[in-house]
Design a protein around this ligand. Structure first.
Ligand code: AMP
Length: 594
């Protein structure tokens, strides 16, 4: 396909305001690119077919117009997983444009126009590059002997731009870009400049291309969506959809060495988790940086960051971990944390410093050690595990790490690279885990649906990071219960009340978040105020104010206020407050209405 055709279609898409119409235009563009690829079938494609080869034919270099166009239309040159970057600074691009625009134009002139119009495409389109040959051959196909620039030539040249490294590479990049701009018409230059500077912005998002692939090749949108999640490559999915249909894209799986998007969490509460799921898998939320570890059958390890950058070289400890602990091809998902000499976690900025480090990694390692903690397994035993429930994936993870030669290293406290997980539907146990996580210097807890699949790159409701309390309440203690067993000599459960027009009304009970030492202190504090006892229960004169955190306030007939605190937690005694300063029922009401 000629680049002029692509530019023409891009202009039509840009001019179209309606989303549905845009999908139609992109669908049409993909069909055209597909027809162009077929008309211009490469020898390698013919050979592939002759060999009866794999229709999906993954991992080869792009030669197909359809693949190129499916990426270009989103402003991408390479797929998201691909480590190649153009690495073209704006000045290099301006210089290439200026050179192509003529002897009397300099980079300063390009910058001046940019300051005036604000957009590089508009600037590029404002010059006459003499690329009219491309336009003259418009619609005639690429192989008619004309000098028209094709999308594939643009891709190949940009691949050379990406490959230019080391000293003199910016000059080499400029030369290559000049060779393209020099053959452009104004409209081609507009979209080439935007492509080079990652500023395509013609209103085509990921969803648009997904829908267009589904429509162009008559495959289900859900299959396209899944294939995009595992491959992170719109070009490849479009090509496989065309060549092998729904069955082909359904067969696409993970590839060790090629990163996938990390499953993301949203903020949520214990109440939300326990209301929606059959118990929760509770893990510590480590304060570090996300990593995806790919270990090949050949023993090669690659480590990727959350945005799919290859960070292997910066994190030798993770590679060493893999060498020691893994003996099969796996993809693991986890967090890298920085630790001090005592093994205690350091703030995550320390990890980021290591992530960014390109030189003197060994030196950096002396200052800050990192260690990985894995919480998910996406691929093991030759199988993709994305559709398995979390519990099964975690079992695989445990097996993968424990099966390794060094089985002793799986130490319950040191974690040994394996994130601890508790399965429970008991809110009090969850509070305990949260308190332990915070005491251990971690960020808090993650709540995960034990039955949920792994959805790459998606922020779903199956992984919840516990929301910190937004508000706290200062409640008066109006009753208590003696503890049991070991705690029989302490008051253990405290009845909480808020101020009403007359006296106090109950709103909940708190028993969590209090260690033994504090219980003893609270007992000493409250005992002088006990008014009456009945079995375990005591009535307490309003005198002591507790600050409590909670997840939610619900309307409830259980307490006399008509409200109940869900998952209340003791945060401390407000020595500075009298019962008259405690929060009122009116404030509770306003919080529920907020
Ligand atoms: P946030 O960055 O606040 O959206 O929280 C989600 C992030 O927490 C994930 O992307 C991970 O980097 C990190 N994290 C720490 N511990 C865990 C865990 N046990 N499970 C999942 N994510 C975790």
């Amino acid at each position: 396909m000629e680049f002029a055709t692509f530019a023409d279609r891009a202009a039509a898409i840009e001019a179209e305001p309606a989303d549905l119409e845009i999908v139609d235009l992109v669908t049409e563009l993909l069909r055209e690119a597909s027809a162009a690829s077929e008309a211009d079938e490469t020898a390698s494609a013919a050979e592939r077919r002759a060999a009866g080869g794999d229709a999906t034919n993954r991992g080869r270099e792009t030669t197909d117009d359809l693949e190129v166009v499916a990426r270009f239309v989103q402003g991408r040159v390479f797929p998201a997983w691909d480590p190649r970057k153009l690495d073209v600074g704006p000045n290099t691009c301006y210089a290439a444009i200026a050179r192509a625009a003529g002897t009397n134009v300099g980079p300063a002139d390009v910058e001046e126009r940019l300051a005036a119009v604000g957009e590089i495409g508009e600037v590029a389109a404002s010059y006459d590059f003499g690329g009219q040959r491309g336009l003259a051959a418009f619609g005639a196909g690429a192989d008619d002997g004309s000098d028209a620039l094709t999308v594939r030539e643009v891709f190949d040249t940009l691949a050379e731009v990406a490959a230019a490294e080391g000293s003199g590479s910016q000059d080499r990049k400029e030369d290559l870009l000049f060779s393209l701009f020099n053959r452009c018409s104004s409209e081609e230059a507009r979209y080439l400049a935007r492509l080079v500077l990652s500023e395509m912005r013609i209103g085509v998002g990921e969803g648009t291309v997904r829908d267009a692939i589904a429509a162009a090749f008559e495959v289900p949108g859900a299959s396209v969506e899944r294939a995009l999640q595992v491959s992170n490559d719109y070009g490849e999915v479009a090509r496989v959809a065309r060549d092998a249909g729904a069955a082909g894209i359904d067969a696409m799986g993970l590839e060790v060495g090629r990163p996938v998007g990390a499953m993301l969490a949203q903020a949520g509460t214990v109440a939300e988790a326990l209301d929606a799921w059959d118990g929760a898998a509770v893990e510590w939320k480590y304060d570090g940086a996300r990593v995806q570890l790919h270990r090949g059958a050949d023993g090669e390890t690659r480590v990727f960051s959350r945005n799919m950058e290859d960070v292997t070289e910066a994190l030798p400890e993770v590679v060493e971990f893999a060498d020691e602990r893994l003996d099969e091809a796996v993809i693991l998902d986890g967090e890298v944390v920085a630790i001090d000499e005592a093994g205690d976690p350091l703030p995550f900025q320390e990890v980021l410093r290591r992530f960014r480090r390109k030189h003197d990694v060994e030196k950096a390692r002396e200052d800050v050690t990192v260690r990985p903690v894995f919480f998910d397994c996406l691929h093991a035993g030759g199988e993709d595990l994305l559709d398995e429930p979390l519990t099964a994936r975690h079992d695989c993870l445990t097996a993968v790490l424990a099966d390794a030669d060094d089985a002793d290293a799986v130490d319950e406290r040191d974690v040994g690279g394996l994130s601890l997980v508790w399965h429970t539907d008991d809110p009090e146990e969850i509070e305990g885990i949260d308190a332990e996580a915070l005491a251990g210097g971690h960020e808090g807890i993650m709540l995960k649906n034990p039955d949920s699949a792994y959805t790459p790159g998606r922020r779903g409701k199956h992984w919840l990071k516990r929301k910190p309390d937004v508000e706290t309440l200062d409640c008066v203690v109006t009753g208590a219960e003696w503890g049991e067993g070991r705690r029989a000599t302490f008051l253990g459960t405290f009845e909480l009340s808020v101020r009403a027009d007359e006296g106090f009304e109950t709103i909940g009970k708190v028993a969590t978040g209090i260690d033994d030492e504090t219980l003893a202190e609270l007992t000493d504090l409250l005992e002088p105020h006990v008014l009456a006892s009945e079995g375990q229960r005591v009535e307490v004169e309003p005198a002591v104010v507790f600050e409590v955190g909670y997840e939610e306030i619900q309307a409830s007939p259980t307490y006399s206020s008509g409200y109940a605190l869900r998952f209340p937690r003791f945060l401390g005694v407000r020595d500075d407050k009298d019962p008259a300063d405690a929060d009122s029922l009116a404030r509770v009401r306003s919080l529920t209405e907020a």
